[in-house]
Design a protein around this ligand. Structure first.
Ligand SMILES: Cc1cc2nc3c(=O)[nH]c(=O)nc-3n(C[C@H](O)[C@H](O)[C@H](O)COP(=O)(O)OP(=O)(O)OC[C@H]3O[C@@H](n4cnc5c(N)ncnc54)[C@H](O)[C@@H]3O)c2cc1C
Length: 191
């Protein structure tokens, strides 16, 4: 594939002929021979709805890569990683894990309902905690913040957060309250 990116980056997608561009994190891994994104349809949204309706073979404009949420485990002295995502915020972490399958990580993923959870099969099951805030059947009933409150977190852990800004602020406070230095927390805000 003639498109190079670093895992964690995003692309700008546009329907040809329209004026609106939107950011979408790359979901596929650096070594995949395809480019994949995970799109949630936002009600009344100008771009996401059109992306969801695309049929195989239809073309879209792709620009990028962009962004600084780049990930390379070699850069960190501690090799322990915590990934916290809400909704499609799981996308960059999927790319991390496809690119570096040997990672020592824990993924905490929050959605409201079980059917909003997306597939987790590229993640190792024992490394994932699915938090459902409005449904039974996950690993934890409640928000990612409720779950993190219950956890002991090694301050050496490198923590990556991706999703809506409210979650990121709240998780940031929880992690720093548990002794994780600010320098070990990295975030990508979607909205
Ligand atoms: C760095 C980055 C990476 C992103 N990666 C992804 C990704 O991987 N997958 C993905 O699905 N989205 C991702 N997003 C969000 C995406 O860029 C769009 O904002 C989203 O798809 C909505 O676009 P739209 O044109 O359909 O809605 P718009 O026409 O922009 O908005 C329509 C209405 O919906 C509201 N709205 C917009 N976005 C949201 C939202 N996320 N939740 C609730 N209400 C909303 C707006 O306030 C407005 O009222 C990312 C955003 C950023 C900044």
């Amino acid at each position: 594939m003639n498109f190079q990116f670093q895992t964690g980056q995003f692309v700008m997608l546009k329907i040809p002929g329209s004026l609106e561009n939107r950011e979408y994190s790359v979901y596929s891994g650096e070594n995949d021979d395809f480019l994949e994104v995970l799109v949630r349809e936002v009600e009344g949204g100008k771009v996401s709805g059109k992306l969801k309706k695309l049929k195989p073979g239809e073309e879209i404009d792709v620009n990028g890569p962009f962004g600084f949420f780049k990930f390379n485990p070699e850069k960190y002295s501690s090799k322990k990683f915590l990934f916290v995502a809400t909704g499609t915020g799981i996308s960059p972490f999927h790319s991390f894990v496809r690119t570096f399958p040997e990672l020592d990580y824990k993924l905490v993923h929050g959605v409201r309902l079980k059917e909003e959870a997306y597939e987790h099969f590229d993640f190792q099951k024992e490394k994932v905690t699915l938090c459902l805030s409005g449904d039974e059947g996950g690993d934890f009933y409640g928000r990612v913040t409720d779950f993190l409150f219950t956890q002991k977190i090694d301050p050496e852990t490198n923590c990556f957060l991706c999703g809506n800004s409210e979650m990121i602020y709240d998780v940031f406070d929880i992690l720093t309250g548990k002794g994780v230095p600010v320098a070990n927390i990295y975030s990508e805000v979607y909205f």
